[in-house]
Design a protein around this ligand. Structure first.
Ligand code: ASP
Ligand code: MG
Length: 401
């Protein structure tokens, strides 16, 4: 007998029929003799709808009250699922974040889990009950309701798996697992059997929205294996773990990020300390910088260009303009007509030619590269936004066909 944590996302519990489907999966797991702890998200678009309701009343509502409101979505799901299991003849109990002792920091709308006091859940499991826990929510030291940030139910599930020393943590969603690329853009993308935590973290931050980033960090830290799978298809999913068997492609996925902007600072002095001044100023203003490129100095001057998240573009330009005198540059330009394409794979560390192969695919498609950045498990290029989908397909074909 094992202890299994199963998390079901919003699309998996969107209506009565889907809740029944989820409860069949839960009951089968229970019938096999396992202890089952279930974490549920809010149904379908419930969280978005609740945000809209708040907007109608007070667009500047306090984060504390927003959390009281948003946490209700998950509470609906657990109660309905418990009722469904009751009807099917199974002993089930629904519990809120507060009832299971999900203790968090006090940052409303972005709380971090501090500790899970698991005794209530254990008591219920000892009575052979199926325990349904509201995802995404916790309680802070003032006894107030908090939420973990959008998509946070994944993190609830992993935190419970850690606290209860679960044997398995399954994240059920509406796709079969993690793919080599977004199948809507690359039709021949395929499902991965396995992926490492680090690759998953890179892909998540690159916009492959399968798992909440912090859930993967937490799983990596405590060595909890995750299985991402579909609640509809019954197919085996993707296992997320520390080490995976190496495929001959050496890479696990191709991802794009179109929500970026490139800033070019032209005519900086060619002396020590310039990059330090520029980037510490941006850091002080909480502008996150990604790829950085510095030109070779031409006599007295040099240029530095870098990318930022699209939402930081305005702030970044404003900060630079205000500090033109101190930074001593000639001109600045911004463009958001760019996209970042990345390949991710833990196998590229020890294999030459992966970068060349990526660049070859772009060359054959006549796509120009503006910037390049590499890490141990990732190579990113900046290209024109209009070329993004074409680049994705070309690079994917290069490695996976
Ligand atoms: N219901 C929350 C959201 O929509 C949390 C979650 O689904 O994980 O973001
Ligand atoms: Mg999600």
């Amino acid at each position: 007998m094992a202890l299994i944590v199963q998390k079901f996302g919003g699309s998996s519990v969107a209506n009565a029929e889907k809740i029944q489907n989820v409860c069949r999966i839960i009951s089968r797991t229970y019938d096999a003799g396992n202890d089952v702890v279930v974490v549920l998200s809010a149904q379908g678009d419930t969280t978005d709808d609740l945000i809209e309701k708040a907007q109608e009343i007070n667009p500047a509502a306090s984060k504390r009250e927003m959390d009281v409101l948003l946490s209700t979505g998950e509470q609906i799901s657990i109660a309905l699922a418990a009722m469904c299991l009751e009807k099917m003849g199974y002993p089930a109990v629904s519990l809120t974040g507060w009832q299971v002792g999900m203790q968090t920091s006090s940052d409303y709308s972005a709380a971090r889990i501090r500790k899970v006091e698991g005794s209530r859940i254990r008591k219920e499991l000892d009575k052979r009950r199926i325990v349904l826990v509201a995802g995404f929510q916790g309680i802070n030291r003032y006894g107030d309701i908090t939420t973990l940030g959008r998509g946070g139910s994944d993190t609830t599930a992993v935190a419970l798996a850690v606290a209860l020393k679960a044997d398995l943590c399954q994240i059920y969603t509406d796709v079969d697992g993690v793919y080599t690329a977004d199948p809507r853009i690359v039709p021949n993308a395929r499902k991965l059997d396995e992926i490492t935590y680090d690759e998953m973290l890179e892909l998540a931050s690159l916009g492959a929205q399968v798992l909440h980033n912090r859930s993967v960090e937490l799983a990596k830290h405590y060595g909890v294996e995750l299985e991402v799978l579909s609640s509809f298809s019954g197919n085996p999913g993707t296992i997320v773990k520390e080490v995976v068997k190496m495929e001959k492609t050496y890479i696990s996925g191709v991802a794009q990020d179109k929500k970026i902007a490139r800033i070019a600072v032209v005519g900086l002095e060619n002396v020590p300390g310039v990059a330090y001044k520029l980037f510490s100023l941006l850091a002080k203003n909480k502008v996150n910088v990604d790829i950085i490129l510095q030109s070779i100095g031409r006599g007295d001057t040099k240029d530095i260009s870098f990318t930022v998240n699209e939402k930081d573009e305005e702030l970044c330009m404003q900060v630079l303009q205000e500090n033109q005198e101190a930074l001593r540059f000639h001109e600045i330009y911004a463009s958001n007509d760019v996209a970042k394409i990345s390949i991710v794979g833990s196998g590229m560390v020890n294999n030459a030619g992966v970068a060349a192969s990526m660049f070859e695919a772009l060359y054959k498609s006549r796509i120009n590269i503006h910037m390049i950045s590499t890490s141990e498990i990732k190579i990113s290029v900046l290209i024109d936004k209009g070329d993004s989908e074409k680049a994705m397909r070309a690079i994917h074909d290069q490695f996976f066909d």
